[in-house]
Design a protein around this ligand. Structure first.
Ligand SMILES: [Zn+2]
Length: 121
């Protein structure tokens, strides 16, 4: 046993493929990990040589998803007024909005009451 073996990282490509390398025998195993996408996951791997080790899957930090959603928003700086927005991009880090007004967003500005979001998948 190797109790202090550091967790190995395995980087996952955009098509959900990764390659696991056994630290013992160097056997290379391609693996499809689409079911683990969008969350961190530690896999317990048992190699054909009998060696067992853990691999941490590293997905891209922010995965952007192109969307095209209409909604309404209510900006902090223009209280009470509703603006039509189109949501074009969603990621864990935030969203990308297109507004039909000119508005200089400040970093951290809250956008409230986004409506019609039920079709987000
Ligand atoms: Zn092995």
């Amino acid at each position: 046993m190797e109790p202090n073996t550091p967790l190995r990282r395995s980087f996952v490509s955009s098509d959900d493929q990764t390659v696991i390398v056994c630290p013992n025998c160097k056997f290379v195993k391609p693996l499809s990990v689409s079911q683990f996408r969008d969350r961190k996951h530690i896999l317990q791997i048992k190699c054909k040589c009998g060696h067992t080790f853990k691999v941490q899957l590293e997905f891209r930090r922010y995965i952007r998803k192109k969307v095209d959603l209409e909604g309404e928003c209510d900006l902090d700086s223009t209280k009470g007024e509703k603006w039509k927005v189109t949501l074009v991009d969603i990621s864990f880090g935030g969203v990308c909005l297109e507004l039909d007004i000119l508005h200089n967003f400040k970093v951290g500005e809250q956008v409230a009451q986004l409506g019609d979001m039920s079709s987000v998948k």
